[in-house]
Design a protein around this ligand. Structure first.
Ligand code: IPD
Length: 281
């Protein structure tokens, strides 16, 4: 595929900034839950849908041959080999509660984002529209952070010991999954400096890139939650994978500087052995 990933990253940033403005400026007074998805805690607001509609339309104008896969309704097959993998508001619960820790996440990927291990991001942007934080990355081009239009700074992860590591994680929306996640977490918590559940997987991965989290893991992520952040963390020198060194997937996404990554992987492996497999009813 003939692509210029730096150009795709510029497009990702442009449309993510636009959608971020929309979700802040046009938030209705008394915003509520528009619908629920997989469970009663898996919420969507009208603004998730409006943000996604905006991204779908704009990417359609700018890159008409590319595919589109987003968290909400609307998908397009790819003619070019590139598919945009988009989370219109990652951290919807934070958005609902006006906690300023949510983001628009836009990534350009090659392969099929519907199949684990069969795709990878080549460019991406994560934008927190409240704080103005912007993260971008493209394959081979590094990971970058800026506040608003200020000059971006290149990101590089640092190693630290597991005992000194601030570890991010997150929980799914399904009650059985949460019980499993809580059990695994009880094995991780005594081994790390502390745990954060910040509520946006896209931002968590960017935090690993910038060092405001040392390491991060979560079970149950979708491609749109991880696509752009995966590339930002990778381009900052982190390892982002599942427990077996393969591409991250719903089963597990684990991100951190390489040695720290392997230390947490070992703890998680031990924890999962003791807790047993997740019981899906
Ligand atoms: C969620 C957030 C959250 C993570 C969940 C995701 P959404 O995405 O990234 O941090 O723990 O697994 O589903 O639903 O707000 O786009």
């Amino acid at each position: 595929i003939d692509v210029d990933p730096a150009e795709l990253a510029r497009i990702a940033l442009t449309v993510a900034v636009e959608a971020g403005r929309l979700v802040v400026d046009e938030r209705p007074v008394g915003l509520g839950v528009a619908e629920t998805k997989s469970s009663a805690t898996d919420v969507v607001t009208v603004m998730d849908q409006r943000s996604q509609d905006h991204l779908l339309a704009r990417l359609g104008e700018l890159r008409p041959r590319d595919g589109f896969a987003g968290e909400e309704r609307g998908a397009r097959a790819s003619d070019s080999g590139i598919t945009w993998v988009v989370d219109p508001i990652d951290g919807t619960v934070n958005y609902l509660y006006e906690i300023p820790a949510y983001a628009v996440s836009v990534a350009a990927a090659v392969g099929d984002p519907g199949v684990d291990g069969a795709w990878q991001p080549v460019a991406g942007a994560v934008v927190n529209p409240v704080t103005g934080e912007r993260y971008t990355a493209w394959a081979g081009g590094g990971a970058w952070r800026s506040i608003g239009d200020a000059q971006p700074r290149r990101l590089q992860v640092q190693e630290t010991s597991l005992g000194q590591a601030l570890c991010g994680t997150g929980f799914g929306y399904d009650a059985d999954r949460r019980a499993w996640q809580a059990a695994v977490l009880s094995h991780v918590l005594p081994q790390v400096r502390d745990i954060r559940r910040l509520g946006s997987a896209a931002l968590d991965l960017c935090r690993v890139a910038e060092g405001s989290l040392d390491v991060y893991y979560e079970r149950g992520l979708n491609p749109w939650d991880m696509a752009a952040g995966w590339l930002v963390a990778t381009e900052a020198g982190a390892l982002v994978s599942d427990l077996h060194g393969r591409a991250p997937r719903a089963e597990l996404t684990l991100a951190g500087a390489p040695v720290l990554h392997s230390r947490l992987a070992a703890v998680l492996e031990g924890a999962i052995e003791q807790v047993g497999p997740e019981i899906v009813r």
